[in-house]
Design a protein around this ligand. Structure first.
Ligand code: URA
Length: 433
């Protein structure tokens, strides 16, 4: 059936429901070059403002999934994955993949690139020299079966609609839409063939979702969509008010992930990763109880088995596993410039979204679809809400290759830390599960 794109855009702009064939005409048409960027951007903005009914979300998710192939795994292996709704400094997928594989799970992970102010797992992995994420579905399946896990991108045969719409949403201010987030996440997670899924639903200043009410709404949409495709979904709501870990930026986050797998217990990263792993191990049927799951988790980290899996994944995906022993092989910024606290006091809030935008200004993320990234750009930001700072003390530092960009980024980052003279508390990291 042929429609007029502009009539469909107007219909959604006026808050009407779109039929399955209208959605297919626009979204499938977009990847077949029948619908130009400007009309798809207008439709995405209309969806952002007017939302979608449950049946539209379910139809849209199916259209995304069926734009490519669906992978299946043998019934007798424990497939489980985790997906984050996005946050600043969130490198947990990079750490969890090898931990789960070392525990005996199979993790077929289709991930994303940077989205809005948040970094993307694929961009981080791309900073490892030689590493590829663009595999055919057959190669992807083989990688998972051989090594226990693989992290790959959407391709022209694996959720191609998400590949293209994700990149367009990144640069058109259309990310924070519950229907679009649901179709994007669940299409990847269903097409990849994982029977069990844990969602790290991030809430706070560095996330796309700012309050528990909206988060619960998204949690329900994600769970219902997964269940309708036969997937077992668990949601864990986590705090994203302070950047996660101590480093933000592509190669810096790979380095921090290696340190984690080598045994460094970075408190917020450790607590959230552990909670996610325990839930994944239980729902996949690998650990019979929380206590057994904790033992599994501790064993693979303490024995180095998880780090070994990470090296195997890098090698299997054609990267250089020597980065794990010699971090000098990762892209490194020419300059590290300290940032000082401009006042004394306790940190009461951090505008983590603003920090994400400051780093995009340094080249760590995209402003336009075809922007090239500077993989070494980023920041060291060890302080969290509840910490005390003295005026002039080190707030962190910026890593960059272009000194002209430093002042703006440093100013933005310093302004993102809101201090008060009253003591503040460290925040709970796991909000609900
Ligand atoms: N992660 C995704 O894969 N898609 C979104 O829209 C948000 C987070």
């Amino acid at each position: 059936m042929s429609y007029s794109p502009v009539e469909i855009i107007i219909k959604k702009r006026n808050g009407e429901q779109l039929s399955e064939s209208e959605l297919k005409f626009m979204f499938q048409g977009y990847i077949e070059n029948q619908i130009p960027d400007y009309q798809m951007s207008a439709l995405l903005m209309a969806i952002y403002h007017k939302g979608m009914k449950k049946s539209e979300i379910s139809n849209l998710t199916s259209i995304y999934i069926n734009s490519g192939r669906i992978i299946t795994f043998p019934e007798d292996i424990a497939t489980v994955d985790k997906h984050s709704t996005g946050g600043v400094g969130d490198k947990i997928s990079i750490i969890l993949g090898p931990i789960m594989a070392a525990c005996g799970a199979y993790v077929p992970m289709i991930s994303g690139r940077g989205l809005g102010h948040t970094g993307g797992t694929l961009d981080k992995l791309d900073s490892i020299p030689g590493l590829r994420t663009d595999f055919s579905e057959k190669e992807f399946r083989k990688l998972v079966l051989n090594n226990g896990y693989a992290i790959v991108s959407q391709t022209e045969s694996l959720v191609p609609i998400d590949k293209h719409i994700y990149a367009l949403r990144d640069v058109t201010g259309t990310i924070e839409s519950l229907p679009l987030i649901t179709a994007s996440i669940m299409s990847k997670k269903i097409a990849e063939g994982a029977r069990n899924l844990v969602i790290d639903l991030k809430i706070g200043s560095g996330a796309f979702i700012r309050n528990l009410e909206a988060a619960r709404k998204l949690g329900k949409l994600l769970t219902n969509t997964g269940n309708s495709f036969g997937q077992n979904v668990k949601i864990i709501y986590t705090n994203m008010n302070s950047p996660l870990g101590e480093y933000v930026g592509n190669s810096l986050e790979i380095l921090e992930s290696i340190h984690f797998l080598q045994g460094k217990k970075i408190p917020d990263l450790y607590q959230i990763t552990r909670r996610l792993a325990i839930t994944m191990l239980q729902i996949a049927g690998i650990s019979s109880s929380e206590t057994v799951a904790v033992e599994h988790f501790d064993n693979v980290l303490n024995s180095g088995a998880a780090l070994e899996r990470f090296k195997l994944m890098i090698q299997a995906q054609e990267g250089d596993p020597a980065v794990c022993d010699n971090p000098q092989l990762l892209p490194r910024a020419r300059y590290e410039i300290p940032i000082e606290a401009t006042d004394s006091g306790w940190i009461e809030a951090i505008d983590s979204q603003n920090i994400g935008y400051a780093l995009i200004g340094l080249g760590a993320g995209r402003r336009k679809i075809n922007d090239q990234l500077d993989y070494s750009a980023g920041a060291y930001l060890p302080h969290k809400i509840g910490d005390h700072l003295e005026r002039g003390a080190r707030l962190g530092s910026i890593f960059c290759n272009n000194l002209h960009l430093v002042d703006e980024a440093a100013g933005k980052i310093a302004d993102s830390f809101h201090l008060t003279k009253q003591p503040t508390k460290h925040q709970e990291l796991i909000l609900e599960y």
